[in-house]
Design a protein around this ligand. Structure first.
Ligand code: GAR
Length: 219
């Protein structure tokens, strides 16, 4: 039976697209059974509709408080019985009810080499810090903000004339390569999520967990 993915988005959905395209190419195991957004205006919902992916919106504004929204979000995601919940540009912190329900089954992509530069503006923080390399991280989600166990990272150079936008664009290029690979590795059981992240011995050659090799593109 196919490994079921629920993908949560807030905006453009380029990582959703990268995962779906990898699935369609046959390079990512599993299938997206739901796309869920906290914003009805998220562009990624259009991509979902075009690709026949079921979608839903669970907006904070429709609930009296954050914990009611969190419980409603968890219930909506659970309806789709996912094996893995993929936060792909989901710009809200999921709460305790959600994490309890999907313990060790929620992953996130972040546009920096965690634990550096957590939060909403990873590329901007990297530029302000003057680092020469930054990148992206895929990690297990825990109760903190971008603090859970790291699964994989890819390195991206910071160029002298970078702006937030140019740097974020190159980081996203790396995300689009790394994230589907990580989802595939989890779906195939090469990577196992728990209190710690484990790789099956034969695959522990570093090529999935750490990828400094991606070209800077797009050119
Ligand atoms: C991605 O770059 C992701 O790393 C970032 O939002 C972007 C969403 O892009 N997430 C965070 O900053 C979370 N802290 P997308 O909607 O095109 O996939």
């Amino acid at each position: 039976m196919s490994f079921r993915l629920a993908v949560l988005i807030s905006g453009k959905g380029s990582n959703l697209r990268a995962i779906q395209e990898a699935i369609e190419r046959g390079t990512c195991a599993g299938s997206i059974v739901a796309v869920i957004s906290d914003r009805a205006s998220a562009q990624g919902l259009t991509f979902a509709a075009e690709h026949g992916l079921p979608s839903s919106v669970v907006s904070v504004r429709d609930y009296p408080d954050r914990s009611a929204w969190d419980a409603a979000l968890a219930a909506k995601v659970a309806d789709f019985m996912p094996d893995l919940v993929v936060l792909a540009g989901f710009m809200r912190v999921v709460g305790a009810a959600f994490l309890d329900r999907f313990a060790h089954r929620v992953i996130n992509v972040h546009p920096a080499l965690l634990p550096l530069f957590p939060g909403t503006n990873g590329p901007e923080q990297a530029l302000a810090a003057g680092v020469r390399v930054t990148g992206c991280t895929v990690h297990v989600v825990d109760a903190g903000v971008d603090t859970g166990p790291i699964i994989a990272q890819a390195v991206v150079r910071v160029l002298p004339d970078d702006t937030n936008d140019t740097l974020h664009e190159r980081i996203q290029h790396a995300e689009h390569q790394l994230f589907p690979r990580v989802v595939d590795a989890i779906a195939r059981g090469v990577v196992t999520l728990g209190a710690q992240v484990r790789m099956s011995g034969a695959s522990d050659d570093g090529t999935i967990l750490f990828a400094p090799l991606f070209r800077d593109g797009p050119t």
